[in-house]
Design a protein around this ligand. Structure first.
Ligand SMILES: [Zn+2]
Length: 245
């Protein structure tokens, strides 16, 4: 049991060092992710405007073709005016002409509206594009910074990860799962020891009877206040000495 507790504490000490390295990166990884999501939302916005712009361009093109066709018709109707044989035919033809002219005006109005909208969209897109560039430049700076920090600690981290793997391999699966569960729940240290009668994790007093039980190193105890696993100060000291931390 003694070894079972010691190896868990050893894992904690290695994770402490890995956590410290992680901390050096600060909120850089988070900041990079946030910038990336801002960029994709702006890009989605740009795409929406581009799509709408293209739709309007297509509509304008179709309208232009329709106007051309209607103008041809108009020419035909007007030349037919000279060949009408009675009032009825004349009325029918002028009605056609009026109707065609109205339709042309309507299509031209639509085109004007589209044109305004297209210009507006173009301007909006042009305003958004530099924002993307700016954010991309910001990301580049932060990523460079992050790379530098990671590079500086690369060897240390690799070494610690190897050690961690070795140590984790010696831990019972159930203990490892408990350790990881507490570590995840508390977002940090999963194991504490006792110093001056208190849990080193949360500084709450550990009842004297419980302290005696923990010192016996006979089983895995949990701090009733914070939920961390508790090992005796003797084990903590022994492992710290072994790892030289
Ligand atoms: Zn505690």
């Amino acid at each position: 049991m003694h070894n079972r507790l010691a190896i868990l504490y050893e894992l904690q000490l290695i994770d402490d060092q890995l956590d410290e390295l992680e901390e050096l990166r600060g909120d850089l990884p988070l900041a990079v992710n946030e910038l990336k999501s801002r960029i994709s939302s702006i890009q989605a916005n740009i795409k929406e405007k581009e799509d709408l712009k293209n739709e309007l361009l297509e509509k304008r093109k179709n309208n232009d073709e329709e106007i051309e066709r209607l103008n041809d018709n108009l020419k035909k109707f007007k030349s037919q005016l000279y060949q009408v044989r009675n009032n009825k035919e004349y009325d029918a033809l002028t009605k056609e002409i009026d109707h065609t002219e109205e339709k042309i005006v309507q299509l031209e109005d639509e085109n004007k509206e589209s044109e305004n909208m297209i210009e507006k969209l173009k301007m909006e897109i042009e305003e958004l594009l530099p924002q993307v560039e700016e954010l991309e430049a910001e990301i580049k700076v932060k990523e460079e910074e992050l790379k530098k920090i990671i590079k500086a600690n690369e060897r240390e981290e690799l070494k610690l990860n190897k050690e961690r793997e070795k140590v984790a391999g010696q831990i019972r699966k159930s203990d490892y799962n408990t350790y990881m569960r507490v570590r995840k729940a508390l977002r940090g240290k999963a194991i504490a020891t006792i110093s001056r009668g208190a849990c080193t994790g949360c500084h709450n007093v550990v009842p004297p009877q419980r302290q005696i039980e923990i010192k016996a190193n006979k089983r895995l105890y949990t701090c009733e206040s914070c939920g961390r696993l508790l090992v005796s100060p003797e084990i903590a000291e022994e492992v710290e000495k072994k790892l030289n931390v």
